[in-house]
Write a protein that binds this ligand. Sequence first.
Ligand code: NAI
Ligand code: MG
Length: 352
Amino acid sequence: RSHTLAVLPGDGVGPEVTRAALTVLDAAQERFGFSIERTEVPLGADHYLSTGELLPNDTVTALAHHDAILFGAIGSPRVAPGILERGIILALRGAMRQAINLRPVRLYPGVPTPISGLTPDRCDLVIVRENTEGAYVAQGSTVHRGTPAQVAVQESVNTWYAVERAVDFAYRLASVRRKRLTLCHKTNVLVEAGKLWTAVMESVGERYPDVETDYVHVDAMCMHLPVSPERFDVVVTDNLFGDIVTDLGAVLQGGLGVAASGNLNIDGTGTSMFEPIHGSAPDIAGRGWANPAGACLSLSLLLGHLGEGEAAAAVEAATAAVLAGMPAMAGKGMGASTSELGERIARAVTTG
Ligand code: NAI
Ligand code: MG
């Protein structure tokens, strides 16, 4: 088996955690006997400041010809906020038609969680976030700008096409897990969008009669998720609500350093991208204080996506094993540097 991988280390701690994940990938290839041809793509602050380029067209074309993308993080205090994030990350999600944002929320044994009494057996769910529309279409208008009469309208677009795509994906995922799908929305207030989401849930549900469904308002979700995460298996939600509740999910899991994600293309018109959910963490960059677990767990998702299921499982198990021995999930308190942790995880992959 052979695959092609584009590696986008990015800025700040992005290259540090990506390097650690690639060490783990070396070990996985060695043990499971597949090959991955890697192309490093220098997108991010340095590239932008030296060339003025964010996401050149030929880079997009090149990425489209890879089987997967491993992404670190982008963002720099040297560039005005939003330029790199919108110009590279959001642009990539659009260009690669990454319809789904997949966020497993899993608490691994031994990881300190701020939610008291939460145990790993109670925290194993996946949040499926629609990744292309909702309030994130960036459409709207402002009148009387700069005056006390200013009015800003920010639109949320919900198409049957994109919602059905996300909901169908979520049903399919639930049908191979614990067969429970929860719609998270605010249908009582956002009634137009709410009716569409509810109707899509019902319509698609006819194809998945063995999946049980329920509904939770997004505000109630912020209470249920920390208090009783065991009631969720797969949660499907829109772009904005998904952005918010997945960060809450990361809190349950022990913090930003351990949370992984996939931006999935599911119709073959682009390339899926896997990334830790954290940013470039300029406050700790260059010190070896970034936890590489989120990047390694993202690598595990990537391997599963490429059909390397055994390697995916081994990387997840190895990361969980190393996490279990760490006194803290970030900074000096981790007890080892980013690269040392990467080597430990790689060794755990090798020894099984
Ligand atoms: P951040 O996620 O970079 O950092 C937030 C806090 O978490 C910081 O205290 C940081 O030290 C800590 N942290 C982050 N990753 C960690 C890791 N692996 N291990 C241990 N601790 C970790 O978010 P922040 O500070 O709001 O943003 C910094 C830059 O990153 C900005 O330019 C922002 O726009 C960008 N960003 C990029 C993202 C991406 O590339 N997908 C996602 C989020 C933010
Ligand atoms: Mg976010």
